[in-house]
Ligand binder design. Structure first.
Ligand code: RFL
Ligand code: PHB
Length: 388
């Protein structure tokens, strides 16, 4: 098989890139190791920046997101028994949309299939070769058969644990990493929303986040030990921690409901630079990871592939390699700012076991400063909505 662009991974990055290329008349094949049902049911991110929504709308895949997504004009910071609103729209003119990542995946898969796009699920043994030449090759197994694709370019959009990044020799790349000593315990709950806006809560017992999925399903997170087991957390224990960490002097109370999914995720910050080697380009989580506190991961995946789609368009339309040559440095500028913000929000809101009493007080003082200062609130809001 031959194609112009071989894409490994059908996450937001790979699927959206394939669709953007298609809109520019560029052919691609997407290889995904999991099944369609599996990728369409995996619960991950929830928050889309305005810029991500614009890209999805322009690509013609935003219709359901506009109808079913919830526009949020603010977030709340909770600490010391009080809640403080950060007026995102008042401070930046922009808003965010809460629309689950797996719904974005469902919309993108539908759009690719409707357009006759080549999307191969349940592929295995994916290997890349020849990325230094002009005709790289991807070999894999599909439906029990060995297959191979020759392409002009290969895109590694296969997430943090994919096969693409290790293809860039260690001598050619630098990895930057920070692993946090805590994780998030995430649950899905059948209940109406407890709050109109997301609540980021800092508490001595640890961080908690009140998010939402729909008018009937809520998404809640608790800081926990990343090595802990879900089995150690009964529903009663989860609710009692969540109530303790989100308690508010004004009488506001979290609504309980049936918990129907539980999971623990680790937290890391990671960047691989450059995001290119020869004819292999990395996009999304394959190249960088942020802790979820800043809600940036899916948004970075979307902005990477928008840049990459433009660069590939320049190559095929005008024979220009300029966009391809600047892709990595252009993408990394935004990536590092999001890395900063996600690290900063994480540090601001989580309990660090090793923190001294002094450091804990300073953390609270920083929160007090943010909510008291329009300038500091604006800086947080600009980063959160992706105003730059
Ligand atoms: P993905 O989504 O991991 O997709 C990669 C795909 O590649 C496939 N794959 C392979 N396919 C073929 N061959 C191989 N060898 C392969 N190896 C892997 C995988 O099966 C998968 O389908 O990467 P992508 O596209 O770069 O997208 C990144 C986002 O998924 C990620 O950044 C976000 O989910 C992060 N994130 C959040 N981002 C936001 O923007 N806003 C949020 O509110 C937000 N909340 C979150 C999050 C991530 C979370 N978790 C679970 C880590 C909340 C959580 C809890
Ligand atoms: C989510 O709803 O899953 C979510 C929201 C905000 C975050 C992280 C995750 O910062």
């Amino acid at each position: 098989m031959r194609t112009q662009v071989a894409i490994i991974g059908a996450g937001p990055a790979g699927l959206l890139l394939s669709h953007l290329l298609h809109l520019n008349g560029i052919e691609s094949v997407v290889l995904e190791s999991r099944s369609r049902a599996d990728i369409e049911a995996t619960i991950r991110a929830g928050v889309l920046e305005q810029g991500s929504m614009d890209i999805l709308n322009e690509a013609g895949v935003g219709e359901r997101m506009q109808r079913e997504g919830a526009l949020h004009h603010g977030i709340e910071l909770a600490f010391g028994g009080r809640r403080h609103r950060i007026d995102l729209t008042g401070l930046t003119g922009k808003a965010i949309t809460v629309y689950p990542q797996h719904e974005v995946i469902i919309d993108l898969v539908a759009a690719r299939i409707k357009a006759g796009g080549a999307l191969l699920f349940e592929t295995s043994k994916v290997e890349l070769s020849g990325i230094d030449g002009s005709s790289p090759r991807v070999t894999f197994e599909h439906d029990g058969q060995a297959r191979s694709i020759e392409a002009d370019f290969v895109i590694g959009a296969d997430g943090f644990h994919g096969v693409s990044r290790p293809m860039i020799p260690e001598t050619q790349r630098q990895d930057y990493q920070r692993i946090y000593p805590f994780g998030w315990f995430g649950i899905l709950v059948e209940s109406p929303p407890s709050s109109d806006e997301l609540i980021y809560a800092r508490h001595e017992r640890g961080f908690a986040l009140v998010s939402t999925r729909s008018p009937t399903v809520q998404r809640l997170y608790l800081q926990c030990d990343p090595r802990d087991s879900v089995d150690n957390w009964s529903d009663d224990r989860i609710w009692s921690e969540l109530h303790a960490r989100t308690e508010s002097d004004d009488g506001w109370k979290l609504k309980e409901g049936r918990i129907f999914q539980k999971g623990i995720i680790g937290m890391r910050s990671f960047v691989c630079a450059p995001m290119r080697s020869g004819r292999l380009f990395l996009a999304g989580d394959a190249a960088h990871i942020v802790p979820p506190t800043g809600a940036k991961g899916m948004n970075l995946a979307i902005s990477d592939v928008k840049l990459l789609a433009n660069a590939l368009d320049g190559f095929y339309r005008r024979g220009s390699e300029e966009g391809l040559d600047s892709y990595s440095s252009d993408a990394l500028k935004r990536v590092w700012r999001a890395e900063f913000f996600s690290w900063w929000m994480t540090r601001l809101l989580h309990t660090f076991e090793e923190a001294s009493p002094f450091e804990r007080q300073v953390q609270l003082a920083e929160l007090e400063n943010i909510v008291a200062s329009r300038a500091l609130s604006t800086a947080l809001a600009e980063n959160y909505v992706g105003a730059f």
